[in-house]
Write a protein that binds this ligand. Structure first.
Ligand SMILES: Cc1ncc(COP(=O)(O)O)c(C=O)c1O
Length: 379
């Protein structure tokens, strides 16, 4: 079976470094914090070109801590795309804030300034653009809009680490290093993933960095002196070992994903029922997911049949995401009524194929061959 990700092959290539460094953690018993976490923090700051990285326990915590650190209060509104992973909006609800959803662009599947502007109210305090599937939302207009209305921007960069965004003045920045905070996840299947849970916040603002660091550590600025209610959210040394080993290869991993995507594009552009992933003009794409849309009107049935066919022929396929945020029972109270037509169409038509750093010609041939055969057999 061709899986969506192949962490085993990737591990074999960096095994000696990871095993050696893991052993060192075991020998020194420095499990939490310490030199390996510090090294990762510094190297990630350099890689992202950002002043501060604050490691934490996972990407969901990163979003939550960022919102706490910005002093958002119950009743404040936070704008999010309706087409995203649940974690983006979950923490907003958890903190008693109000997630205000918007539709997304039908091609890039990302939120845009136009969508955001339409739902800004006097209660709006922040925007969470999600760099979905591996490419940046168009950040220049989003940052300009935020500035105009005095809003905070928290980038959800869980799926796009390593992606570059080019501003109108030619400046190139890494996603996650543009907003007031960037938040990311090191979940194992992410482009930069550890072997458990991990996450981080990024910011160029010294005060915001200090605040997030304090909240992530029980709200203490000095040991046993607690200035405010915080949380316990730490990256451990074993996860830092894996991340140190992988960060050096992140650009190579992302380039391999890009080559696989180009191969997929060449084949799938020839299948009339499929729409290949559009590229954001100002962003590179690191293909956390390779996500196609079925353009035929009976997309749901066709997608179910394709999934069954691929399963039979040894190829995995996943649907990110089959149900929009506002139609999830957990978010019913935030649904303003009406529909988000693009989000609905995407939920009914998207599917993702295997994509990782270890894609080979053989895997690509097998996946594309099976998808082609399915559509050819239907005439
Ligand atoms: C867009 C998005 N936001 C947030 C998260 C949350 O990250 P984590 O699973 O590390 O909590 C994820 C990861 O699954 C994600 O894909």
């Amino acid at each position: 079976m061709i899986q969506m990700v192949d962490l085993k092959t990737q591990y074999q290539k960096i095994k000696s470094e990871i095993d050696r460094e893991m052993q060192e953690v075991l020998d020194t018993c420095m499990f939490i914090g310490g030199p390996k976490v510090n090294r990762f923090r510094e190297d990630l700051e350099t890689y992202l070109g950002v002043k501060h990285v604050i490691p934490c326990a996972n990407g969901t915590d990163a979003l939550q801590i960022a919102m706490m650190a910005l002093g958002l209060k119950p009743g404040d509104e936070v704008i999010v795309p309706a087409f995203t992973y649940v974690a983006t909006a979950e923490v907003i609800g958890l903190l008693g804030l109000t997630p205000v959803m918007t539709d997304v662009d039908p091609d890039t599947m990302n939120i845009t300034a136009k969508h955001i502007e339409a739902v800004i109210t006097p209660k709006t305090k922040a925007i969470v653009p999600v760099h979905l599937f591996g490419q940046s939302a168009d950040m220049d207009p989003i940052m300009a809009l935020a500035k105009k209305h005095g809003l905070f921007v928290i980038e959800d960069n869980a799926q796009a680490i390593g992606s570059d965004y080019k501003s109108a003045d030619g400046t190139v920045r890494k996603t996650g290093a543009i907003g007031h905070y960037g938040c990311t996840s090191f979940f194992p299947s992410k482009n930069l993933g550890c072997y458990g849970d991990g996450g981080a916040m990024m910011t160029n603002d010294d005060a915001l960095a200090a605040k997030a660091r304090m909240i992530a550590n029980h709200g203490q600025s000095k040991q046993y002196y607690h200035d405010e209610i915080g949380v316990n959210s730490r990256l451990d040394a074993m996860q830092a070992v894996v991340l140190n080993a992988k960060l050096k290869h992140l650009d190579t991993y992302n380039a391999a994903r890009g080559r696989a995507a180009a191969y997929y594009d060449r084949v799938f552009a020839q299948i009339p029922e499929l729409k290949i992933p559009a590229r954001e003009p100002n962003s590179t794409h690191v293909f956390h997911q390779y996500t196609l849309q079925i353009t035929a009107p009976n997309s749901v049935e066709l997608r179910d049949a394709l999934k069954a066919y691929l399963q039979e022929h040894g190829v995995s396929m996943m649907i990110y995401y089959p149900v929009s945020l506002y139609k999830q029972p957990a978010f019913a109270q935030y649904w303003p009524g009406g529909e988000f037509p693009v989000t609905e169409a995407l939920c009914a038509s998207v599917f993702s194929l295997p994509m990782h750093s270890e894609m080979t010609e053989e895997i690509l041939e097998k996946v594309t061959g099976a998808v082609k055969a399915f559509f050819e057999a239907r005439g």
